[in-house]
Write a protein that binds this ligand. Sequence first.
Ligand code: ADE
Length: 287
Amino acid sequence: MIFDVLTLFPAIFDSFLTQSLLAKALTKGIITVNLINIRDFTSDRHRTADDRPYGGGPGMVLKPEPLGLALESVLAQAPPQRLVINLTPSGRQLDQDLVRELSARPRLILLCGRYEGIDQRVLDVYSNLELSIGDYVLNGGEVPAMVLIEALSRLIAGFLGDEESLLDESYSSGLLEYPHYTRPRVWRNLAVPEILVSGNHAQVAAFRLAEAVAKTRARRPDLLASPDLEKRQAEIFSRPGSPLKPRPDQTQSSPEPTAQSSGHDDRSNQPSPPGQPGQAGQADQPD
Ligand code: ADE
């Protein structure tokens, strides 16, 4: 999937794109992120990309010429299924359904407005979607663009390892996630729920589902009322390897965290030094 990010501040993306899973995905070519500096498309000595609003009022507005030229340079190479997305607090609010929908697109062109926004004429001509990441106002579209890139990338095949993909399915189940625990079994007098160390996978699955439902009821009862919930649950919990449903080959077994659930070596009760693959130290770094 290709992201083109049109911004006045490309350096904001530097650490975001050079760390962790996103850096790996970029190296592997699973995603491509092109950073386009709108200022490179200005033609005056001062590289002016903004101007005062007609009609008066506070702040500045992104000028149509440089942004229009920047956009046209990207559109010239983009397939017809591409989408131009303007990140703005007055857009449609992003949620996981929309993330899923957008992940089917081969290329997204993200406009990061700053100041009061973008000259409306550019948006009228080119914007396909006005998108908000929530009901609050940020300094510009850069952080929302990062949110969108990360949320979408997670859905692309090969971005997450197998273990994380399974967990991801439970996010998509329409319920909030059940609580997670890892070693030690008792921390500051607080014990891990007994059922999780029972080794009974069916009971663990039932416990997790009950916890997920209780948490969702307490925090987001609106999700339980969603007409999609039952359909989504049936679809997800019936998949082989679903974290909320035991696989047919799973019977009562190890009482320790399994490799699948935590990445730990289940023969040892002792945390291992940080940084050793598949061992307890990894728990500090979910990536
Ligand atoms: N730009 C500023 N605030 C924003 C928000 N909440 N969502 C998307 N773009 C924005």
